[in-house]
Design a protein around this ligand. Structure first.
Ligand code: 13P
Length: 403
């Protein structure tokens, strides 16, 4: 299992006096607890780094910097070198944070050099990637994340997977109180792991930690940490308060990471299959390769029941031995599916329904919770039946969860 990281990014907050008060409280809260199954990391501003190093030197807490230049020294006014950071005991460096990209104009070109410089000085980069709200709304999330990830890591040829960390921080969720849902975060984070696997191989990709960041709080951290590809969190606002950050860092990880045993499908009431029984070819949009996701269980079930299933997901190539199509436009010519099943995806549901309608299915089946009236009306105007019922939920609930 990957060792989770709970990292606090203080951004431009906390003077030395405030840092001292913070650690008086935080260390008191940590006293007597052992957290060897996780890493707790704090990224103070540069002025407080050395001071904080002294405050935490007898603890397991790791120090991070919020940026670093790539060169060891030189005429770079306002910059701090990786050598200077390693000299004072910094272990991690946050790079490519969206505030650096969007407020200070840092480019992938610059960020990749910083990643390389930091790595070559024995420090561990935490490379941040994430889309803006307009990019998400235009359906560009995967494209943006792929570019930032690939370029950011492009100068690291054969890195030690335990030394690189990725943080998915959707820009629209940072400091806005609008957290990505665990499903939204997981969808992108598993896409990131797949990209890492293409670049470095599956074995290494499984060792790289991928964190989530964006309005993480003590209230939502547990749900986020249940996701299989969320290996920790990068916390801004809530890390400024020692009590809140302690609550985040001290969750019971084992209880959150559950393992799913696939259900015994014979328990499924036959009447819930009434609709698919009439049909043969089913397209599943947003199919997942993770057994704990409803779409995986539903797909596994439908295959076992003998349906022809066509999964669609840009993040994966193969699920349950079936070829996965990146989008609805790339399905085999003349497929004419009977049913298009839509699971939660990064995109808004309406454009997905619009694309699905072009395939002329007989039924559009939407997962409970994502369907909206507008999307439903769109299909019904065309005389296509829309089904929203509890069938998937029932199938999913039959999964057994080992904790
Ligand atoms: P918030 O937790 O304040 O949204 O900030 C997230 C972040 O940017 C961490 O790097």
């Amino acid at each position: 299992m990957r060792r989770p990281i709970f990292a606090g990014n203080w951004k431009m907050n906390h003077t030395l006096k405030e840092s001292k008060e913070y650690f008086e409280k935080f260390l008191r809260l940590l006293q007597g607890k052992d957290f060897f199954d996780r890493e707790i990391v704090i990224a103070p501003p540069f002025t407080a780094l050395y001071y904080v190093r002294n405050l935490i030197q007898d603890t397991e807490i790791k120090l991070a910097a919020q940026n670093a230049h790539f060169a060891e020294k030189g005429a770079f006014t306002g910059e701090i070198s990786p050598l200077m950071l390693s000299e004072i005991g910094v272990k991690y460096v946050i790079l490519g944070h969206s505030e650096r990209r969007h407020i200070f104009g840092e480019t992938d070109e610059l960020i990749k050099k910083r990643v390389e410089g930091v790595y070559n000085h024995g420090l561990n980069p935490i490379l941040c990637v994430g889309e803006t709200l307009s990019e998400r709304e235009e359906g560009k999330t995967f494209e943006v994340v792929e570019k930032q990830l690939k370029e950011g890591l492009s100068l690291l040829k054969d890195p030690d997977p335990e030394r690189i960390v990725i943080a998915y921080e959707p820009v629209w969720a940072i400091g806005t109180g609008k957290t990505a849902t665990p499903e939204q975060a997981q969808e992108v984070q598993s896409f990131i792991r797949n990209l890492l696997s293409e670049t470095y191989g599956k074995e290494k990709a499984e060792k790289i930690r991928v964190l989530y960041g964006g309005s993480v709080t003590p209230e939502n951290v547990k749900e986020l940490m249940k996701e299989p590809d969320i290996d920790g969190v990068l916390v801004g606002g809530a890390s400024l308060d020692p009590e809140k950050f302690f609550k985040i860092c001290s969750i019971n990880i084992k209880a959150e990471k559950a393992e799913c045993i696939l259900p015994d499908y014979s328990q499924i009431p036959q009447e819930i299959l009434e609709i698919p029984r009439k049909y043969k070819k089913l397209v599943i949009v947003g199919a997942s390769p993770k057994p704990e996701r409803p779409s995986y269980i539903v797909m596994d079930y439908l295959i076992k029941e003998g349906f022809e299933v066509y999964p669609v997901n840009p993040a994966h190539k193969e699920i349950l031995g079936r070829k996965v199509y990146p989008d609805l436009e790339s399905l085999p010519e003349g497929l004419n599916p009977d049913v298009v099943i839509i699971f939660r995806r990064s995109e808004e549901v309406k454009p997905v329904v619009e694309k699905a309608l072009r395939l002329n299915p007989k039924v559009i089946w939407m997962q409970e919770g994502i369907a909206n009236e507008e999307a439903k009306a769109l299909a019904e105007e065309r005389g296509i039946k829309v089904v929203m019922n509890l069938c998937f939920k029932k199938i999913h609930q039959l999964g057994k969860w080992k904790r």
